[in-house]
Structure formats: C-alpha cells, structure tokens
Design a protein around this ligand. Structure first.
Ligand SMILES: *Cc1c(COP(=O)(O)O)cnc(C)c1O
Length: 344
C-alpha cells in the first residue's frame, strides 16, 4: 500500500488550502487571493494545471486522472524523495551510470543512495538489482529508460519484475521515450501496481525546457500525496501557457522528433568512421554516447572551437566517453567540420 510507504508526516499532512483551490469555478469577481487588480500576470495560476493536463491527455495519451505537473521532472524527483524517504534512515536505489539528480536530491534530503552498476554492456544488472532490493529495502528505486547518458532502453518485463519484488516505489524516468522507436512505456504497469510511477517531461521532445514542465503519471494514492505536499502554485501561469503552446502543434512535434532520430542515425554512422572513435553506443534518445581514444583532449579541442559537448569519462564504465546532443542541422555541420580535420 502506498499510504504505508509514505512518510507519516506526509500521510497526515493537512494541505495548504489556496484561494484557487477552494473556489475554482467561473465567477466575475475574484476578491479571494489578495492579488493585484491589474497587470498581465496579476492572477495566481491554476494549482492543478487542468487545461494543460487535458491537452497532455489528448496529445500524449496520458489520462487526465493519472497526471500531476511539476516544475520540471526535477521538482517531482525531489518531491517523491521527500514524500517517501525519511532523512537519515531511508535509502533510494539507482543504476549507475544514470541521470545525476536522483542522488543529488537524495543527498539534499539526507537520504542515502545505493548504486548498482550496469553490466559491462550497459544493461541493467537485474540479478544484482533484485538481490540489492531484497537486502537494502530501498524506499524508491529509480530506473531511467531510455537511460541518460547511455541511451539504452530496458525491457518492460525486467522493469515489471523489479517493481514486483521492490516493496517500495519504482519510479521510471521516461524523459527520452519519444525518441525511442517502438518504445514500451511503464505507464501500462501502473494499473496493476500502484507502487509504479512514471516521469515524463516537455523538456526534450516537446522543445519546452525553458517552461519547466514535468509530468508525474501514477496511481491515485501517489497523486493525492503529491498534491498535498507540493508548493500550491508550483507551475507559473506563463509556463502553463508556454506548455499549452508547445503541445498545440503536434504535427510539428512529430516531424521534429523524426528529424532528430534520422539525424542521430546518420551522425552515429559518421562518427563510427572516424579514426579516433572506438565505439558509438546505440542510442534511443536525442543524444549519442561515444568512446574515443582521448576524451579529455577531444573535449578541450572542441571547446576551443566554441562547441560544447558533455564529457562523461568520470562515470563508472564510461572511461573516455563523450555525450553529444543531436542539435540543428547547422550545429551538427559545425561539429562535423571540427571533427573532420582531426587525425587519429
Ligand atoms: C533531461 C532529463 C529530465 C528532464 O528534467 P526536467 O526537470 O523535466 O527538465 C529528466 N530526466 C532525465 C533522465 C533527463 O535526462
């Protein structure tokens, strides 16, 4: 039961009741929230992001009743840790290497992190994860699929198995799902297991990173706890509007995703032919991870040319790797021109 997993002070929390949540119908005169009576952004935004969630349902197919909006997925990750993990006592579990914020937010909350290394081929080490779960009893297991920075997706059957054995929450971060062809989302697991939650974002495929819109897809019990614990107006009015706009041109979104995938394939093939590239990892995201002979000097060389990529060498299993985001055609051409003149 989710309610038994929540921190008791969250379970028993009496939420702040904002003016906008006490009355949200239509009326002509609002004198309930001490707002100014004039100005472009003078009103508080909808704390429930209802219009946006309706559009998310119609465009992304995520049911209205199972979504809540965070100020980026980052806010949701932070909130989930604070909702479920007791400082100085509970643990989260992550695969390594993965997205960095899970362990940072855990540290901010005084929650320790157990990391389970990926296999040498960068897949989930399912057996090690299952036995670590049974031994350590983490409150939350974060799984990132497609994983950042490896670009790897994990089979749904493996995620289902982990979520069954794990008696805490299993949170699947699907920030890059849209770039994976034939992707099987863990959203389908929520109906059978209320301890599964999925994170989506408008920051990548929907081209709205500046608006800070993360989507929590989860069971009713998790939704309710999140709504109680989150700051009342966590997503600003202009950001909700920007998100509505990002979701208005769905044809544009689809063609940009297709273009990004095509460019990823083409650029991966190009990189594979370079003398100093040892390995280009297959990617299901909007970036490519490659292993080179000397990542640090390649990185410094590119910085000198005004091109910034991401050095990932310090992560376990990722010696001499660089992560490259798939950018515009002209950005990729600039990178190509810089790489073409390099010798082995
Ligand atoms: C980029 C990214 C996000 C997005 O975070 P936002 O706060 O929604 O911008 C989430 N998870 C992963 C793994 C990412 O790489």
């Amino acid at each position: 039961m989710v309610s038994e997993l929540l921190n008791p002070w969250i379970r028993d929390l009496v939420p702040y009741s904002s003016a906008r949540s006490e009355f949200s119908g239509s009326a002509g005169v609002f004198l309930d929230a001490n707002e100014s009576w004039t100005g472009r952004s003078c009103r508080y935004p909808d704390p429930l992001c209802r219009e946006l969630r309706l559009r998310i349902e119609s465009v992304m197919g995520l049911p209205f009743d199972s979504t809540a909006i965070g100020n980026g997925s980052d806010e949701i990750i932070d909130m989930l840790i604070r909702m479920f993990c007791s400082p100085g006592h509970d643990r989260i579990m992550i695969e390594r290497p993965t997205y960095g914020t899970y362990s940072v937010f855990a540290s901010v909350s005084g929650v320790s992190v157990i990391d389970v290394p990926l296999t040498p081929s960068l897949d989930l080490d399912t057996q090690s994860m299952l036995s670590a779960i049974e031994k350590e009893k983490p409150k939350i297991v974060f799984i990132c699929s497609p994983n950042n920075p490896t670009g790897r997706i994990y089979p749904l059957s493996v995620i289902r198995k982990i979520a069954e054995v794990n008696k805490g929450m299993t949170v699947v971060d699907e920030a890059y799902a849209d770039f994976s062809e034939g992707f099987a989302s863990a959203v389908s697991l929520i109906a059978e297991n209320e301890r599964v939650a999925v994170l989506r974002t408008l920051s990548k495929a929907y081209a709205a990173a500046g608006a800070r819109i993360g989507i929590l897809v989860s069971s009713r019990a998790v939704q309710e706890a999140f709504m109680r614990a989150k700051p009342p107006y966590n997503v600003s009015g202009p950001d909700q509007e920007a998100a509505m706009e990002a979701l208005s041109d769905i044809e544009g979104v689809r063609s940009r995703i297709a273009e990004t995938i095509a460019r990823r394939k083409e650029f991966s093939a190009y990189l594979s032919g370079l003398p100093f590239v040892r390995e280009v990892l297959p990617s299901e995201a909007n970036f490519i991870l490659m292993r080179v002979t000397d990542a640090r000097s390649l990185y410094d060389y590119l910085v000198g040319k005004g091109i910034i990529v991401r050095l990932r060498s310090s992560e376990p299993l990722l010696e001499n790797t660089i992560r490259i985001t798939i950018g515009s055609e002209s950005e990729m051409t600039a990178l190509k021109e810089a790489l073409d003149v390099l010798e082995g």
